[in-house]
Write a protein that binds this ligand. Sequence first.
Ligand SMILES: [Zn+2]
Length: 150
Amino acid sequence: MADRNDILVQCTRCRNKHQQSERIALPSELGHSMVCPRCGCKNYYDMTPQVAWCWASGLIEMGSEEQVPEGGIIIARGPKAFLKGELLAAARHGWERDQLLVPGVPEAANQREAAEALDKFLAWRGKSNGRRGSNGVIYSQPGKPMGSTT
Ligand SMILES: [Zn+2]
């Protein structure tokens, strides 16, 4: 990407994908609004690629590819607008605000049990990989987590 401030977006109406900088300024009550170059819709999804990883504790975090920490296990990738919503629906909510956990991992008795719980979660959620309703969110497949270099 040439401009790091530019982001890939998708129109909520016509589903056209374009860079935010390609949106067209249209006069509105607020001066102008940036609209879809194809259909003129004001709303869009942020399609910036994001990665979700989890810690051995089961805690899930999200960020850009460069933010994946050493020791973090990559569990899913997808557009920013959809990855968080998918995990909010799929993961278990922790005690702290906004804390997301892989079900079964925090209470696992040992590392092997934790790995099994993670595999189960990935196999379950991975069933929708590539399907229309997945909105581009792809889960790592059990036993072969996606490396951060792929
Ligand atoms: Zn559009």
